[in-house]
Write a protein that binds this ligand. Sequence first.
Ligand code: EPU
Length: 420
Amino acid sequence: MDKILVHGGHPLSGSIKISGSKNSALPILAATLLTREPCVLRHVPDLSDTNYMLQILTHLGAGVERASGTVSVRAEKVESVAPYDVVRKMRASVCVLGPLLGRCSEATVSLPGGCIIGDRPIDLHLKGFEALGAAIRVENGNVKVFAPNLHGAVINLRGKFGPTVLGTDNVLMAAVLAEGTTVIEGAAAEPEVCDLADFLNKMGAKIEGAGTRRMIIEGVKELHGAEHAIIPDRIEAGTFLVAGAVCGNGITINRVEPKHVSAVTSALTDAGFQLQSTKDTITVSPNGALKPLKLTTEPYPGFPTDMQAQMCALLSTTDGISVVTENIFPQRYMHLAELKRMGARVEIEGATATIQGVEQLLGAPVMASDLRASAALVLAGLKAEGVTEISRVYHIDRGYEHLDEKLGALGAHIERVKAD
Ligand code: EPU
């Protein structure tokens, strides 16, 4: 298994380009199952998660071709069963349920198991399918949904932790082929949901209200092939902005949508950094004394849970007391135990972490526990004294395209080594 070694204390400068969004690409790839015609997607990031999704599509009978960032999918015929062996590696596999239900009137997908960032049920996805007229059976670890005729309905998808992103995607992908009008109340408004709705509309769907809490879908009889460019990854962008804040003399990220990262840029501005944006670039530079922060994760456009770990890495060396509250996945704090091993001073009570900034972190062997936690450890390592050795880096490869190479291009001393 590979390890990443970060030799701390080398300031970053220069510019890098942001890749296509993982969390857009996954449901959009699944949406190609909704038509027998070819679809062409650009800026699909080369990640283990997108590669798993391509394997799932292939297993379901689609023809898939990848040439660099462009992926062509033709799902002339599709199977409706995605077994455990095929889907177990990635929770987001669950988003094939909606398109399979829409296209084949039934779908069987192995239920996603536990997850390090907390309990991740799919009850809201299933509630949405039921409202569209589907019957649901859970047996032998699989969930089977079937509906000879999907019909429009008014569905409220808000759960106790707010809207659900993949749940909204899933119900949307089933509703586009349902008979009549569907209204999704409490819809997720994340940019990735808007990107999926844009793609579905290019395929002939009739969706209004993407980006708001109320989406209206007029069902159509069939969808056709379409071409689409995936939006830039706002979490990769945020991660590089925090890298520039942790250890930068001024870095610029290109191919970014500044509006999508405004919660992160405002937090960095509040912390004392200078942020300058153009239409599709953002530069982060030091700007004197730093301030601690009070941050709460929220659904978009609030501060994203997927940036909480990286921000904790920055705050661990920001003088003063910062308070971070995780509202989306209240147990998503595995990275803090590892940051403590590097000298961070943190206390967790319930969903709130109190971070007392220290002057310096010290490199240490640490273990990545999930995708964003791994990124946080890399960021901490950039500033720490000595070497930070991060194991289980397959988590990073799930969601960051060439993170080590991109950081290396900015001047980080970072290497990937093969380990037993
Ligand atoms: N929830 C329910 N019932 C459901 C679905 C969700 O109670 O049926 C709860 C979850 O347990 C959580 C909250 O609702 O407390 C929000 O979860 P959501 O469904 O929005 O998460 P998701 O759609 O499974 C996506 C991203 C995650 C990101 C979350 C929140 C993808 C592939 N994944 O997950 O991304 O953290 O939205 O923004 O889009 C990551 O990229 O590292 C990552 C974990």
